[in-house]
Design a protein. Structure first.
Lengths: 576, 110
C-alpha cells in the first residue's frame, strides 16, 4: 500500500491515541482475498474486535488474546464488522469464543445483519468465493431503519454477554452528511460509527480516538471488486466524499484499512481522493457475479495465450535486432535492444499464470481467483512494456495488438462489457490499409537515404528496418473486392487486429499462398481469408474461442473451416 | 525437458523433448555449450518433440547462432511444430539459421 506508516505496530498492545485508557492490538495481514486485518481494542469497560477475518487460525489467535484480556479483567466482548463480506468474519465459525451472544455480541449494519441472519450467500460473497454459509445471530444491528426518526435520543440496550450500552444516532455529530452514531460502553472512550455504503450496502467506518477503521473502501474501485453484488457507484462516491470531509474535520491521526498497512490520515485522504476519481469513471459497469467471474476467467485464458505468443515474438524480434546490431559492431546498441523487454520477467509472469490456470483446471482455484491472477499479471506486463519505444523499432502492429489485448482484459474485468468503440466506415479501404501495413516496410529506401547525413536518425531508421518485417513480403498474396461500397459499423482497431491475427497465423504456420476476398451477400459483407494448410497447423479450440471473441468485439461473426488442404476464415459483418 | 545428444555424419544432434521455458532454457544452453566446447561445431537441434518455446529459449538459439558463425560451422533446427515455427518465423529467426522439416533433410541439405 503506498504512503504507508508505522504508526500502529502489528501484534503488540499499544495506546489508542486520543483516548487515555484504550489500547489496541492490530493483526495486520498481507493483502489477499482470503482474510482481512483484525483490530482488537481493550477499554476498561469492554473488548471490541473489529473484523475477526476469514481464517479459523486468525480467529483462534484472536480468541486466545481475548481470553488473556478477560483473565486479566473480565469484560464483555463485541465483534464489529466493517461489512459482512466473508473474508472479514467467516474464520469465527467453529471458534467457541465467538459461538453465541453470551460470549460475543456481533454488531453489523442492519442490511448486513439481515444477510447474515438469513445466510445470504450473495451479499456476503460466499457464493462468489465458493464457500458455504450458515445463518448467524446478529444481536446488534447498526443503523436500523428507524434511526433517523429516533435521532438524538440515547437508547440503552442490554445484551446476553452482560453488557449495557447506550447508542445515540445523532445529527449533531454528523460531519459532511455522513450518517453517524455513538456507542458508549461505560465510562471509557466511546466508539463512533458511520454508515458508508458503496463497497457494500452495509459498509460502516468506526472511529475511536485518533483511529479511523475504514473497511475495504480504499479498494472499492479496483478491478475484481467494483461491481460485486451490493456494490453501488453513486453511494460509493457519496460515501468517499463524506469520509474525506470527516477526515478533514480533524481528530483522526491514523486510518486502519480492512486489508494492508495502516496509513496516516494525510495519506489516507490522498488515497481516498484517488479512489473517488476512479469510482466516478465506473458508471454502468456490469455486476461482478459468479457467472461474470467465469466469463472473465475464460477470457483471461484466451487472452493470455495470445499475450504469451505476442510477447515472445516481440522479445524474439528485439533479440534479432540486437543480434544484427552486434554483427554490425554496434554492441552498445545491441545491449540496449536486448534490455527493452525484460524477457525473463515476462516469461516468469506468463509461466506463473499458465501454472495457476492448470491448478484452476484441477479445481484448486476458483474462477474469480484466476481472473484476479490474470489482472495482476496483466498489470505487471503493462508496466514492463515500453510501448512508446518499441513502436519505433519493431512492427507497430505487434506492439499495438499486445497493448490492446492487455487493455481489453482490464476493461472487461472492470465490468465494461464489451470493450469496443464502433463507428461507421467503408470496409474495403479499411482492409486495404491493413494489407498495405502488412506488405510494405515501415522504413523505405527513401527513408534510409534521407537520414544518411544524421547519425542518430540513420540509426533509428536502421533499427526500424531490421526490426520490422512485413508479414506478407514472402508469400503469394492476393486481394479481391468485387464491390467497393460496403458501409459497415465496426470497431476498426479490433477488426484490424482480427485480420492481422488470422493472416499472422496462416503465414506463421507455413502457408505460402494466402487469399483475401471481400464479397457482398444479401445484407452482409463477407471477408474471406484462406491459405494453404500445413500439417498440424489447425487452430486450437482456445485460439478459435479467442478469434471469435475478438470478432464479436470488432462487430462481426467468425467461422473457421479446413477442407482439402485449405484453411478458411469467414468474417461476416452486417451492412449499414 | 529431456535432452539427448547423438552423433551422425560429423553432426551433433541435440534432441529436445518438452517445453523450452525459463526453467529449462539454461539447461539446453549448457548442453549445447558443452558440445561446442568439446569441438562439435556442426550442431543440429531436433525440435520434433518441443511443444513450447519462451523468449528465454529464443535467446539460447540466438546465442548458439553467434557461437557457430565461423567458416565451416553449421547450425540448424529441424522438426518444428507449427506453434514453434510461427514464433521463430514471426520473430525473424528464420533468416538467421536454417530450418528443415526433418533430421534427414537437414543433414542432406546444410
Amino acid at each position: 500500500m503506498p504512503g504507508g506508516s508505522d504508526t500502529l505496530h502489528p501484534l503488540v498492545w499499544q495506546p489508542v491515541p486520543g483516548t487515555g485508557s484504550a489500547r489496541i492490538y492490530p493483526l495486520i495481514r498481507k493483502i489477499d482475498t482470503v482474510s482481512s486485518n483484525s483490530y482488537l481494542i481493550a477499554t476498561p469497560d469492554v473488548l471490541i474486535l473489529i473484523d475477526p477475518g476469514g481464517l479459523p487460525e486468525q480467529a483462534e489467535q484472536l480468541s486466545q488474546v481475548i481470553g488473556e484480556c478477560r483473565r486479566e479483567r473480565d469484560r464483555p466482548v463485541f465483534v464489529f464488522l466493517t461489512h459482512a463480506h466473508i473474508d472479514h468474519f467467516i474464520g469465527v465459525v467453529g471458534v467457541p469464543a465467538f459461538a453465541c451472544p453470551e460470549t460475543a455480541v456481533f454488531a453489523v449494519q442492519e442490511q448486513g445483519a439481515e444477510a447474515l441472519e438469513r445466510g445470504d450467500a450473495k451479499l456476503t460473497q460466499a457464493e462468489m468465493l465458493g464457500k458455504s454459509l450458515a445463518p448467524m445471530k446478529i444481536a446488534l444491528p447498526l443503523f436500523p431503519r428507524a434511526w433517523e426518526v429516533n435521532c438524538d435520543i440515547p437508547v440503552s440496550m442490554a445484551f446476553p454477554n452482560g453488557a449495557t450500552i447506550t447508542i445515540t444516532y445523532d445529527r449533531s455529530g454528523t460531519v459532511g452528511g455522513l450518517p453517524h452514531g455513538r456507542l458508549e460502553f461505560g465510562s471509557g472512550p466511546a466508539l463512533d460509527i458511520y454508515h458508508t455504503p458503496g463497497h457494500s450496502p452495509d459498509s460502516v467506518c468506526l472511529r475511536m480516538g485518533g483511529l479511523f477503521f475504514i473497511g475495504d473502501i480504499l479498494f472499492a474501485a479496483n478491478p475484481g471488486i467494483a461491481g460485486m453484488y451490493g456494490w453501488d457507484q453513486v453511494a460509493l462516491v457519496q460515501s468517499l466524499d463524506r469520509m474525506l470531509t470527516r477526515i478533514d474535520g480533524g481528530g483522526i491521526t491514523t486510518v486502519c484499512p480492512g486489508h494492508g498497512r495502516v496509513v496516516t490520515a494525510t495519506d489516507a485522504a490522498r488515497m481516498l481522493s484517488a479512489v473517488v476519481t476512479d469510482a466516478r469513471a465506473l458508471s454502468d459497469i456490469a455486476e461482478l457475479n459468479r457467472e461474470r467471474a467465469e466469463q472473465a476467467a475464460a477470457f483471461a485464458e484466451d487472452c493470455m495465450e495470445q499475450v504469451n505468443e505476442l510477447f515472445t515474438i516481440m522479445a524474439g524480434r528485439l533479440y534479432y535486432v540486437s543480434y544484427v546490431m552486434d554483427e554490425l559492431g554496434e554492441s552498445d546498441m545491441a545491449d540496449r535492444m536486448g534490455a527493452l523487454i525484460p524477457g525473463d520477467t515476462i516469461d516468469e509472469l506468463l509461466e506463473a499464470f499458465a501454472a495457476f490456470a492448470e491448478e484452476h483446471h484441477r479445481g484448486e482455484h476458483l474462477s474469480i481467483h484466476l481472473a484476479l491472477k490474470a489482472a495482476q499479471v496483466i498489470g505487471k506486463l503493462g508496466r514492463a512494456f515500453r510501448k512508446e519505444e518499441l513502436v519505433h523499432i519493431i512492427d507497430p502492429t505487434l506492439v499495438d495488438r499486445a497493448g490492446r489485448l492487455l487493455s481489453d482484459y482490464t476493461t472487461m474485468f472492470r465490468g465494461f462489457n464489451p470493450p469496443g468503440e464502433r463507428s461507421g466506415c467503408s470496409l474495403v479501404p479499411v482492409i486495404e490499409a491493413i494489407v498495405t501495413g502488412l506488405s510494405v516496410s515501415s522504413c523505405s529506401d527513401e527513408d534510409m537515404l534521407s537520414s544518411a547525413d544524421d547519425d542518430a536518425a540513420f540509426l533509428q531508421v536502421l533499427l526500424s528496418r531490421i526490426g520490422t518485417r512485413p508479414l506478407l513480403e514472402d508469400v503469394a498474396f492476393s486481394f479481391a473486392a468485387e464491390d467497393r461500397f460496403l458501409p459497415v459499423f465496426i470497431d476498426r482497431d479490433h477488426f484490424t487486429d482480427l485480420v492481422t491475427f488470422i493472416l499472422e497465423d496462416l503465414v506463421g504456420t507455413g502457408s505460402d499462398t494466402v487469399m483475401l476476398q471481400v464479397l457482398r451477400v444479401d445484407r452482409h459483407a463477407l471477408v474471406i481469408i484462406s491459405g494453404n494448410s500445413t500439417p498440424g497447423a489447425s487452430e486450437t479450440p482456445r485460439k478459435r474461442s479467442f478469434l471469435a471473441g475478438l470478432c464479436a468485439r470488432a462487430g462481426g461473426t467468425l467461422t473457421c473451416t479446413e477442407d482439402a488442404g485449405m484453411r478458411r476464415f469467414v468474417i461476416s459483418v452486417e451492412l449499414e | 525437458m529431456d535432452i539427448t545428444t547423438t552423433g551422425r555424419d560429423s553432426a551433433t544432434i541435440v534432441s529436445i523433448a518438452g517445453r523450452v521455458d525459463t526453467a529449462t532454457a539454461p539447461v539446453l544452453e549448457q548442453a549445447i555449450n558443452k558440445e561446442i566446447e568439446t569441438g562439435h561445431r556442426h550442431v543440429l537441434l531436433d525440435f520434433t518433440r518441443v511443444s513450447y518455446i519462451s523468449s528465454g529459449g529464443l535467446r539460447v538459439l540466438l546465442a548458439t547462432a553467434k557461437k557457430l558463425k565461423t567458416p565451416g560451422d553449421k547450425f540448424a533446427i529441424c522438426g518444428l511444430s507449427s506453434e514453434v515455427h510461427k514464433i521463430l518465423k514471426l520473430a525473424g529467426f528464420t533468416s538467421i539459421f536454417s530450418i528443415y522439416p526433418t533430421e534427414g533433410e537437414a543433414l542432406a541439405g546444410w
